[in-house]
Design a protein around this ligand. Sequence first.
Ligand SMILES: NC(=O)c1ccc[n+]([C@@H]2O[C@H](COP(=O)([O-])OP(=O)(O)OC[C@H]3O[C@@H](n4cnc5c(N)ncnc54)[C@H](O)[C@@H]3O)[C@@H](O)[C@H]2O)c1
Ligand SMILES: [Zn+2]
Length: 710
Amino acid sequence: MYGQEQQRQYYTRSKAYLAGAATSLPPEEQLPELRTLLRYHEWRYYVQNDPVLSDYDYDQLYKQLEALEATHPALITPDSPSQRVGSDLTGDFESVPHLVPMLSLGNSYNAEDLAEFNRQVKRMLNMEEDAALAYAVEPKFDGGSIALVYENDQLVRAATRGNGVLGEEITHNARVIRSVPLSAAFSRYGLHRVELRGEVIIRKDRFEEMNAQRAAAGLTLYANPRNTATGGLRMKSPTEVADRNLEAFIYSFGYGTDAEGNDAVQALGTHTHALDVLTELGFKVPATGYERTEAADIATAAAFCAKWETEREAYPYEIDGMVVKVDDLALQERAGYTSHHPRWAIAFKFAARQATTTLLNVEYQVGKIGTITPVAKTEPVALAGVMISSVSLHNEDFIREKDLRLGDKVLLERAGDVIPYIVKPLIDLRDGSEQAIVWPITCPVNQTGEPVPLVRQEGEAAWRCPVCVCGAQNLQRITFHVSKAAMDIDGMGQRYVEQFYALGWLHTVVDVYRLPYDKIALLEGFGERSAENLRRSIDAAKQNPLWRLLYGLSIHHFGKKASQLVAQHIGHVLDLADWTEEQFLNIKDIGPTVATNVTAYFANPLHLDQLRELEALGVNVRPTDEDRPAAEVTEGPFVGKTILFTGSLQQLSRKEAQERAKAAGARIVSAVSGKLDILVVGEKPGSKLKKATALGTVQVLTEAEYLALV
Ligand SMILES: NC(=O)c1ccc[n+]([C@@H]2O[C@H](COP(=O)([O-])OP(=O)(O)OC[C@H]3O[C@@H](n4cnc5c(N)ncnc54)[C@H](O)[C@@H]3O)[C@@H](O)[C@H]2O)c1
Ligand SMILES: [Zn+2]
């Protein structure tokens, strides 16, 4: 019905009107355009069930039309959206005339709007401004409207709202909705023929269950409860309708006559009483004292609306507002109707939870542990009471699954306390100028030094920057600092670091050495014993060789090898504060990147303070024996020989054995090859022994023979 280019144009023009950018046009031009736009949005909403504007935006556009028509009544046309209700006729069902037209509702958004409505109603009824006027207030159910006709106590017909005058006949489908009684004792109240108005909806939890089942069965998911209900009413077969667990809330009589054809509804007195009667007759009606109330005045009605706005999320059904109705049926009749809505009722709309806007750009943030989070920058838009221009996109998969592109028109949602998120791109509004979002392969934040490739662990959704030196990287740094590779603090893994960090005990690496062990002992899963063990591990780490501390500072590109080399050349870690890049470069195997990064690190007074604190806490800041290069051994049994250990040694640890071999002049190698001179074999030697024997050039020693030699 509408082409893609046209849809995009209508969307753009609608946003222009909403931004007030079209008001300079003469009314003769604005009016037809506004009508065209509103009709397009009604089609998206009622027929496609996939609106491209939020309800709030649609209502604002509608109000512009109304206001313009009010000042230029001569320009009103009978087919204007202000003169009739939006049509959801699809042509799939036979259409039938309603006994009384089914209309829309006027809108209000706050107590002030309601007060204005109250004044208007009283003016219309020729009442004093301070005269008493009671209202009935009930939820505005967000589903599909239905009209049920009963004759002689039997359900004879059900229809959708259609275009308000004609509805679609869906009796078979309505009959399988359990809360629609097939018969009801209207005759007890002198009612011979009635038309009831209601809303067909689906419980939110049932909706979630159905979608969970569909997901498990590999079926496409239903978009939302409203569409599931309206679509459910229009199924071809009643058994499919039954599967959807639909319910019908009845909210009023539309019509009711006695056997002679005289009105028999007015006699019920008030709307409240009419609903009590319907409850009595077995209909599902908003419960008095819970979902509905009688309000003595408009302020009380407004307070009830406000209360429900805060309780909306917890309510089992989707409601998009409340409806405030003059309670007295005779006064309703006197107030009457426009061609679009009753004058005696108004919808109090809750803040819209959805909005549409344009996705302009994607920026990337680095989180606490180096996690890269893509953030959509959008054209600013009001959503649930706040202006939104940034929306988290969570991770790469989210972008891929939704097929989001730069320049897309997107649907945003913000429900309850949930942070705003992008529901989907509006694909029908694309014009081909949209650009793919290119996921970064290197750290997008850290722009100093060489690009850092991002990493993604198996089973994880997030990409991380492993060595990011920018932003809030402390947690990631601390984790690395305590890791086996750096300070090697036994028993203190990432989990504890994250836990202590969350508790506020860790801010920088310095805090690792002043943890509150008394409090740790009280943590769940700890106890005195493990707290004490942790303290011991940390105390032991204080004696580490200097290279581990240097490496544990997470200086970009300053790796293990370079840390070891630098540690050999200083007497105290703070000596480096005076080092020039040139001095670093004088060390063989240290390159310019490391020279630049380490100099920059030590030029930062904050870092120097941290190192002083570490020293004060007892962390070793001077080179140890392990840091010093082993003086070249020129004497000993193994001078000039290479050696390798295999199997488990009984008398010595592997490390000790290696130390002794070095002291005896040997060089340790890691594999059996033609270059290997000696293989020392412990218990259960594996393939290395076989390989060495096969080579025939390797001298094989038992542990005892080896010990005898050294
Ligand atoms: N987003 C869009 O592009 C777009 C387009 C068209 C319409 N809309 C939305 O639809 C509204 C107009 O639709 P509408 O004509 O259906 O009007 P409406 O939804 O504002 O109000 C009328 C309807 O409310 C329902 N309702 C639920 N509970 C009720 C109760 N307790 N008492 C009385 N009625 C109750 C009835 O089905 C009735 O038909 C707009 O204000 C807008 O929110 C949005
Ligand atoms: Zn980075």
